[in-house]
Structures are given as C-alpha cells and as structure tokens.
Design a protein around this ligand. Sequence first.
Ligand SMILES: C[S@@+](CC[C@H](N)C(=O)[O-])C[C@H]1O[C@@H](n2cnc3c(N)ncnc32)[C@H](O)[C@@H]1O
Length: 343
Amino acid sequence: MKLPVTRYYGSKRRVVEEIWFALKKSRIEFDTFLDLFGGTGIVSYYMLAQGKQVCYNDLFAFNCEIAKALLATPKNTLSESEALALLNREPMVFYDNIIERNYQGIYYLDEENRQIDTIVQNILRLSNEKKACAYYLLFQSCLIKRPFNLFHRKNLNLRINHSESSFGNYVTWEKSFEQLFKQFVNELNTYQFEQLKNVKISNLDALDCDTSYDLVYIDPPYFNNGTPISYHSRYHFLEGLMYYNDIEQKINRKKANLEIGLNCESEFEDKASFSQNLRKLFARYHKSVLVLSYTTNGYPSIDDLVCIMKEFKDHVKVLSLGKKPFALNRSNEGREEVLVIGK
Ligand SMILES: C[S@@+](CC[C@H](N)C(=O)[O-])C[C@H]1O[C@@H](n2cnc3c(N)ncnc32)[C@H](O)[C@@H]1O
C-alpha cells in the first residue's frame, strides 16, 4: 500500500505492513481498533484502508490535527490556492509576531519565523475541516526544515554554518514555505480518503480512553541506553503552535531551546515508572486483545514485558517484525521490532 512519508520519531511507517501480516498470521480477529499512542496516524491509516473501525488517540493536539487531516477529512478539502493564500498577511488585519519576537536564532530564520506567525493566525480564521489540512501543511513544513526534524536543540547554526562537507539535508531545509505548501497540499490530497471512513480522533492521555475496542494497539515512547529525550522535548514547538496565544506565558527561558511547557505529561516518558504505568494500561484494556510494539534494545527487556502482560492475559507471545532500523535513528542497525501480543 502506498503511504505518506512521515518525519516522526518512532513512526511505524516502515513496519505497518508487517504488523498487519503478523496479526493475520496470528489469526487475530477484530473489527474495532484503538491506536492509543497514534503519533503520525500511519497505523490508523493502514487499518482504515483495511476496512477496520478505528479510534486514533495521542496526547499531543498537533498530532491529532495531523491525524484529523489525513484520516477524517475528505480528499480535496483544501485547494492549492487556498493553501498558498495562508502565506500572506491580509490587509487591515492585526497580526501578532510571537514567534518572530521570541524565537530569533533558535529554529528558523527571521523571515521564516514571521511566516509562521502569519500562517498560524490565518489558520485560526479557517473552518474546522480546512484548519486540520492547513495545520498538516504547516507542521510537515516545519518538520522538514529542521535538522533531524526535531526541536529539542537550538541548532539553527547547523543550517547557517552549513558547508558542503557537513551533515544534513541543506537543500530541504532551505526550501521555502511556498514550495513546501505546494508539495504537502498535493501529498495530502493524494492520500486523503475519497469517502470518509469509520474513524474517531481523540486527544486524551492513554490511560483515559474508551475501553470497548476489540484490539488495542500500544506503541508507547521507548527507552534505550542513551539519555532519554521526551516526545515533549522533541516536538514542543509544534504543540505550542496549537495554542498560539498562550506560547509566551509558557516558554521556559531557562532552557536554551526555549521549550514551551504545554501538555508535558511524564507518565510514559519516565523510565522509573514506565513498567508500573504499563501495568495500569494493561489492566484498563484487559478485555481487548493487547498488541504492544517494542524493540529488542529497549527498556524494559522483552522478557520483562512478557511477564507484565502475563499478569493480565493468559496467552502472550512475541513476534519479530524483522531487523528494521528505527525511523530517524538509522545507526541502530541491530535492533529488531517486535510485537508482544496478549489474548
Ligand atoms: C512511538 S510514538 C507512536 C508512533 C506511532 N505509532 C506512529 O507510527 O506514528 C509514541 C506517541 O505517544 C504519544 N504519547 C506520549 N505520552 C502519551 C500519553 N500519556 N498518552 C497518549 N499519547 C502519548 C507521543 O505524542 C507519541 O506520538
């Protein structure tokens, strides 16, 4: 199946097909599917395309907006001319410059910061359906223009001091918002479904979702041996853009990357309490088939995860999805993606 490109830490785009075949091979029957840690929405997208009834969930509002655009908005809701109109300031309208004022030299060039201010405020005046599409274009553009597609470091200098020999995708970073909006509106209109499918988008903590699904797919943040970097730290800037007028009060000025302290939940981001929180999660959704995505070099170990799941399920098995390098972390060649399935 052709799938949109994702630029997100932990995206399952490369393994979603294997996940589908592993479920089929294990003879797991399901009609309703809860994607608890939905991220890019790519797993939900695949399941919808296979005719399943899906609930996508993620803690971040910006991810839910991306999911709304891709999964729950009909093809061609936003045209190229409407997309490009978002780049210009309307006459007689007051525009604030929150990003330009606060983020000079952090993530983008001055001119780009000003454009982000313009785009967000234009989006706020759109209807709900068009809004989701417009945010999709903005977030994909912001991600592709960032070194490593991340916001946990103030590293605009990688772009400014770029030389031929240095690392990175300079040509992509330098693409204008106009070029990128044309590219992404085209991409969105290609992948959106012609006819809307049976999908619900929810923006809740994973421990608060509805428990009535046949299968619950669990793809939480994972820890390896390095210093943990939270999803919040990686993507706070995009989450901040969802609450534009609150950004200034929420900036942590002690951090060099001016992290925006919105929707910062430590539950599944804290190594010490991770196993305990997984227990709570398995307990809550124990009536459903549980399918946990994990990696062989993660913490806790796969053996420990199996033991935890066995506290709630009689039949637990581990399936390998093969040696797939992790999206955005290709150095990790030896790791294997696995599913821990509890029935
Ligand atoms: C490994 S990623 C999921 C990737 C996703 N399966 C995909 O293919 O794009 C983990 C996701 O969990 C979300 N998350 C972190 N803590 C959460 C929580 N307490 N409740 C719900 N979502 C959470 C993060 O925003 C992130 O998108």
